[in-house]
Design a protein around this ligand. Structure first.
Ligand code: SF4
Length: 219
């Protein structure tokens, strides 16, 4: 297949996004956080390598015991571990939760910071988590959160080439072809799409509503 021009990729990306809007609207987060940016940071940190449903089962007890960063900053890591032990990597996540709460209190007056750079200073918060928080809590997209679904779909759609072999490089490829006003929605929509159609194993290509736009679809 000849190399696709950037112009053609931009057109295809616009067509994909239009269908996603028609199918999923703006999409919705599946993590429960009561509209509180701190709880969202906690939930997203907990969601690494875990399903959102498992996180949503664990967080009510956690937030009841430690509702604010001030409460969690004073918690013992071992007490947090007990509340999240059903989740993978619970020991390192418990350590991150106490660490990030302490930093929010000491460096940011108890408020979750509102920039991608500052968010990434928090223990356990990488670029993906920071992007989710900027989009979801602050509605101020500074990038596109590339999780396992977004990574897989970007590569199947060939919006990201073989050399974009990390989430950061894949995000850069997506940002180059999607206008900024779409960045807010792509993660939500593609997570749903990745669960419903473009699954990791046996994607439902025959039923997929963008298969005419997908170079990976075997006609
Ligand atoms: S046609 Fe298949 S590979 Fe392509 S986007 Fe749809 S489900 Fe994914």
């Amino acid at each position: 297949m000849p190399r696709e021009s950037k112009e053609s990729k931009i057109k295809r990306a616009a067509a994909v996004e239009q269908r996603m809007q028609e199918h999923y609207g703006e999409g919705q987060a599946s993590l429960d956080y009561d509209g509180d940016p701190f709880r969202l940071v906690v939930a997203v940190v907990l969601s690494a390598q875990c399903t959102d449903a498992a996180v949503n089962k664990a967080t009510p007890a956690l937030f009841a015991a430690y509702p604010t960063p001030y409460d969690m900053a004073q918690a013992r890591v071992s007490d947090i571990e007990k509340l999240i032990h059903s989740l993978g990597f619970f020991r390192s996540k418990a350590k991150s939760l106490v660490g990030l709460s302490q930093m929010i209190v000491s460096d940011f007056d108890g408020e979750v910071p509102r920039t991608l750079e500052e968010l990434q200073k928090l223990p356990g918060v990488g670029r993906k988590t920071a992007n989710v928080v900027m989009c979801e809590a602050f509605k101020d997209a500074q990038g596109i959160a590339v999780d396992t679904h977004v990574y897989r779909i970007a590569h199947r759609l060939k919006f990201a080439g073989p050399s974009a072999d990390t989430p950061d490089k894949t995000e850069k490829a997506l940002l180059a072809i999607h206008p900024k006003e779409q960045w807010l929605f792509i993660n939500h929509q593609w997570v749903h799409f990745g669960r419903d159609y473009c699954r990791a194993q046996r994607p439902l290509c025959g039923e997929c509503f963008i298969n005419d736009l997908c170079p990976s679809f075997a006609h």
